[in-house]
Design a protein around this ligand. Sequence first.
Ligand SMILES: Nc1ncnc2c1ncn2[C@@H]1O[C@H](COP(=O)(O)OP(=O)(O)OP(=O)(O)O)[C@@H](O)[C@H]1O
Length: 261
Amino acid sequence: MTHDVAQDGTDHAPDTAIRLRSVTRRHGSGDTSVTALDQVSLGFPKGTFTAVMGPSGSGKSTLLQCAAGLDRPTSGSVVVGGTELTGLSETGLTLLRRERIGFVFQAFNLLSSLTAEQNVALPLRLAGRRPPKARVREVLEQVGLGGRARHRPTEMSGGQQQRVALARALITRPEVLFADEPTGALDSRSGREVLTLLRGMVDGEGRTVVMVTHDPVAASYADRVVVLVDGRVNGELIGAGPGVGAEDIAARVTELEAASC
Ligand SMILES: Nc1ncnc2c1ncn2[C@@H]1O[C@H](COP(=O)(O)OP(=O)(O)OP(=O)(O)O)[C@@H](O)[C@H]1O
C-alpha cells in the first residue's frame, strides 16, 4: 500500500493506524551494545489484528514499546494516527498514550487495593476527568464482568483480572490496543475468552490490535502474523486469520524463523 507523507512528517494514510519507518532501537554503546530492533518498517492498517511472533529476545516487546510510545527508537520514525511520536515531548507522549492508546500486559497490572470499577476508571481519573459511572459499567459489561464491579483483584480469577485490565484499556476508547502476551498467564479457556474479546474489538468496533505472543493458538485469532528474528522482520503471514489453524501457523512461523539461518 502506498501513500503520501507530507513535508511536515505527518502521515496522511487514512487507513493506517500505526506506521514504523526504519525503526532501530539500540541498548547500551560500544562492544556491549544490543540492537533490539534493526531498521524495522511496518504498517498496521486500521481495524486489523496483528500478532507479533518470534524467538525469545527477537525484539517483540521492544517493537510494541516503540510503537506505543513507551520507548523511544534510537533512529527511525513512528506515526500513530497521523501523529509523529519521535517529535513529541514526554508530556505529549504521555497525553497520546493516555487518550489514544490502550495497553494490556501479561501481568494484568491492576491495583490490588482498588475494586474492578475503580481500576477501570483509573485512566480517566489520571487524566483529571470524572469517570461517568455508565461508561465504567458499559466496559465492564462488554468484558462480561457487569456483576463483578465491586470485587477486588484478589477476589477474581486470572482470566477475570485480565478482562478488568481489558476494560481499563477500553475506557478511553483507544484507537489502538497493544497487548504483550495477554494470555501468557492464563489457562486455555480464559485465554480464549480474552482473545475472543480482542477479536470482537476489531470486528465489532474497528479498533486496531497489536499483540505479542509466543502462542500459535493466540496468533490464530489475528489477521496477520509478523515474525521477528534478531530485531528484523523475517516475514509475515497475511490472512492468517480466523479459520487458519494454530498448527499451520506454528509450522509456517517456524519456517519463517529459520529462514534467516
Ligand atoms: N533495557 C535493556 N537493556 C539492554 N538490553 C535490552 C533491554 N531491553 C531489551 N534488551 C535486549 O534487546 C533484545 C530484544 O528484547 P525484547 O525484550 O524486545 O525481546 P522479546 O522478543 O520480547 O523477548 P521475549 O520473547 O523473551 O520476551 C534482547 O536481546 C534483550 O536482551
